[in-house]
Ligand binder design. Structure first.
Ligand SMILES: Cc1cc2nc3c(=O)[nH]c(=O)nc-3n(C[C@H](O)[C@H](O)[C@H](O)COP(=O)(O)OP(=O)(O)OC[C@H]3O[C@@H](n4cnc5c(N)ncnc54)[C@H](O)[C@@H]3O)c2cc1C
Length: 390
């Protein structure tokens, strides 16, 4: 029986551990935190991410835990349209999912065949012997395959692709889910999701549905993401929340209402950045086995297109398919051949989206010849994925 060590139990690592176990691998899943837990946030999954879930056999319950968020245009802070709703060129609308619901689906998908170890912070990766192995300074874990799913600061990537580092994109971001019992009722006529953009700042929100209702998160609530130019804020969460309320004061729609209903404990502050340069290869042979870099460990990028989780799921679906074909080194070569050009294309779209976000005001936008519609077009183009075999 082939064995794999998966490092990191985020969206990518959980999906990879389950996919490998279901394909007959013996899997050890290592996570730095003591417990495996979902982030306190929601994610948008685009049609490509849903296709990847389907390829992994995990899309079965998705309709019951997700809410569609069809592109609904983008407002300026004063309420005028920056991008009026247009004909979206998508095979199906994106959906928003509570991370805890996704997490539950993945945990159910890993079954009993995965040996899950919490409290293991991997620090090293061995490349010179015949089999790959990673260690936390006390114990080495060996396998035919190591999957590096340890996020943007990946210790494994630092060892195997040292030139590629996580660099700030010059933004800080906050996510929150206002739980159902505190979520404000949106006034009549205000849509369940929206996107407001101006002065380099962005506020996007989406309702996760009524608690217990069909076709939405069983947890309910309202999710939002705020993006602001600048570095991470050193203030405690209550101070950060006060700043967010000031920066977004007077913004169109329910923005102020949502920030008022948010509590400091709901907030998750995150850096926004990119792995630069993209590693030369995302599949590294080591003897008769090797390493696969997946998700943010391989290609973290700014969240402007909300593609990070969908790309991680594409990585896993591709990896599962190529590994079914035979020897690990050849499969990793194929994994890189299929994934690297795809990631480079999405990075290009991400840069187009960043140009729109960074243009502050109408004059700057016209000087820079930035067409706000290119944000919508970049989002649609990023969903074009040919499936696990390209
Ligand atoms: C503000 C914001 C909004 C976003 N919105 C969306 C969205 O709507 N849709 C979308 O698709 N994407 C979105 N993203 C991106 C998305 O969240 C990420 O791309 C995705 O979570 C990456 O998953 P991952 O499993 O690769 O990494 P992570 O989620 O970072 O998981 C890495 C795991 O590895 C563990 N770990 C780290 N180091 C070690 C170590 N040394 N040893 C062992 N374990 C370790 C961590 O504890 C963690 O559990 C957003 C990102 C931001 C910042």
């Amino acid at each position: 029986m082939r064995s794999a060590v998966v490092v990191g139990a985020g969206i990518g690592g959980l999906a990879a551990a389950g996919a490998l176990a279901r394909s007959g691998w013996r899997v050890t899943l290592l996570e730095r935190d003591d417990r495996i837990r979902a982030g306190r946030a929601a994610v948008v999954l685009w049609p490509n991410g849903v296709r990847a879930l389907r390829a992994l056999g995990l899309a079965g319950g998705l309709e019951g835990i997700s809410t569609p968020v069809p592109p609904a245009g983008i407002h300026r802070p004063d309420g005028s349209w920056l991008v009026p709703p247009g004909a979206a060129e998508l095979e199906s609308p994106p959906v928003v999912v509570h991370r805890e619901d996704l997490h539950d689906a993945f945990i159910a998908g890993i079954g009993e065949q995965v040996d899950v170890r919490g409290g293991i912070a991997v620090q090293s990766a061995r490349v010179r012997r015949d089999r790959p192995a990673v260690g936390d300074g006390r114990v080495m874990f060996e396998g035919d395959l190591v999957v590096a799913a340890d996020g943007p600061d990946s210790a494994i990537r630092r060892r195997l692709a040292a030139a590629s580092t996580f660099a700030s994109a010059g933004f800080a971001a906050w996510r929150a889910v206002i739980p159902w019992y505190r979520a404000p009722e949106l006034p009549a006529g205000v849509p369940g999701h929206g996107d407001v953009l101006g002065g380099g700042q962005r506020f996007a929100y989406a309702s996760l549905g009524e608690r217990g209702s069909a076709g939405g998160s069983s947890r309910g609530g309202i999710s939002w993401v705020a993006t602001v130019p600048g570095a991470l804020r050193p203030e405690p969460p209550a101070g950060q929340l006060a700043l967010l309320r000031r920066w977004f004061a007077g913004w169109h729609g329910p923005v102020a209402q949502l920030l008022d209903a948010t509590e400091a404990d709901d907030l998750v502050q995150e850096p926004v950045g990119e792995i630069i340069p993209l590693p030369d290869t995302l599949g590294i042979a080591a003897g008769a086995g090797g390493y696969a870099l997946i998700g943010d460990a391989a290609h973290a990028m700014p969240h402007h297109l909300a593609q990070g989780a969908s790309l991680a799921l594409e990585d896993v679906a591709t990896l599962q398919t190529v590994l079914a074909g035979g020897a690990v080194p050849a499969a990793l070569h194929e994994y890189n051949r299929l994934r690297r050009p795809r990631i480079l294309r999405v990075l290009q779209q991400s840069k187009k989206a960043a140009a729109v976000l960074q243009s502050r005001g109408r004059i700057a936008a016209s000087i820079a010849r930035v067409n706000p519609r290119s944000l919508e077009r970049a989002a649609a183009a990023a969903t074009e994925w040919g499936g696990p075999t390209g």
